[in-house]
Design a protein around this ligand. Sequence first.
Ligand code: UDX
Length: 451
Amino acid sequence: MNIVVVGTGYVGLVTGTCLADLGHRVTCVDIDARKIDFLKRGTSPIYEEGLEALIQKNIHLGNLLFFTSLTSAVSDAEIIFIAVGTPSDVSGKADLQYVYAVANELGQCLDHNVIVVNKSTVPVGTAAEVGRMIAQNFSGACEVVSCPEFLREGTAVNDFFHPDRIVLGVRSRAAEDVMLKVFEAVQCPKVVTTVESAEMIKYASNAFLATKISFINEIANICERVGANVEEVAYGMGLDSRIGNKFLRAGIGYGGSCFPKDIRALNQIAGINGYDFKLLKGVIEVNNNQRLLAVEKLNRLTGGLRGKTIAMLGVAFKSNTDDVRESAAIDISELLLERGVRYLRTHDPAALMNAKKILDKRVALFEDPYAMVQGCDGMMLATEWEQFRHLDWQKIRSMMRTPVLVDGRNLLDPVRMQRLGFLYDSIGRTLTASPSSQFKTNRVVVREGNK
Ligand code: UDX
């Protein structure tokens, strides 16, 4: 099938490239000429495992083209995916100006019947509005369907080919058939529903996952007070198949380009529709508070942050990505500077370049984690990169002026860190006070009994 994907951000580029790999003929369009130039040469502007190889393969096969002009791209398109950004505006509302700009342009340049697919995360009612805008200038048939994306950064290519489900919000049987054909080769449940329900499924899914994270973070905060260990609690909870073991990692809260923005947008959608979404407000508040609590721990262990030299290990919003958008680490860096930290340093294996664009200029960036910790009074581990686990922690301990370590991601073994001489704290993992304790992390013993 001939497909056009408008927008080569995370969602658009992964979707377009993977659709090409399924055998469709895909043209990706972006107004950013520099980006399109890079892509034509087979260079991915984003760090995503497996993506660049797939771009190169499909350019070579002739399945994947890159254009800056929407008008030339859509001339023989059967399906047009809109995958442009929907950032939050000041009120938390999804800013739809880019989606509507595409809709307007489509109205002006379409000259044949097509299906338009909303891939961007948009409030309920947006597909209908996009349809109205196109119809102002185009009198042919153009159904706007909703196909929300659930790709996670870092595993987006794999998620595309092996999704838990594909959601298709359609108005007609004809559009349903076309969309099922687009994704025919992908084996998974396909949920065909109304456009409005599809738009809502996306927000509800993200909000539920964020709720799980804030829930376990609150449990972690109580664990600290009652002497329990949140990892063991989460493990015990997660074995209940109704709960499941995913998204129960306590820490400094969620970040990224989707959760914070989509949760704010859903809260706003509820509000303008006369509904007070109390639970979601709590989720947002708990998430903000987790950053503060971690900074407070560092403040306590360092005996006050004012005038101190602090290292922040990791700045990406999660591991295996170079994305720093709404990263908890960025919020924490601001809090640390507000508290009077004199020198703030950071290291990240992939995200330094992006971090440089948004971090306060006072934050010094280090390619080498050991150079960063030299002479530091404390450190905050802010991203759960696997390689951080394997750093030479003994060496780090000896290089720091005071070996204070707050592990905001529960990545390291508390017993080991304390044995190495760190003044160590993490999130919701209390150690038994007695030094003779037999405590070991992950000591939960699962006995396979008769059921
Ligand atoms: C998310 C959704 O998972 C995806 O379906 C949607 O399409 C886009 O948004 P992504 O932003 O890539 O994907 O990140 P995800 O892996 O979901 O993590 C989001 C944030 O939650 C990260 O900051 C992560 O560190 C945090 N998180 C995740 C936790 O703090 N604890 C957990 O248990 C899981």
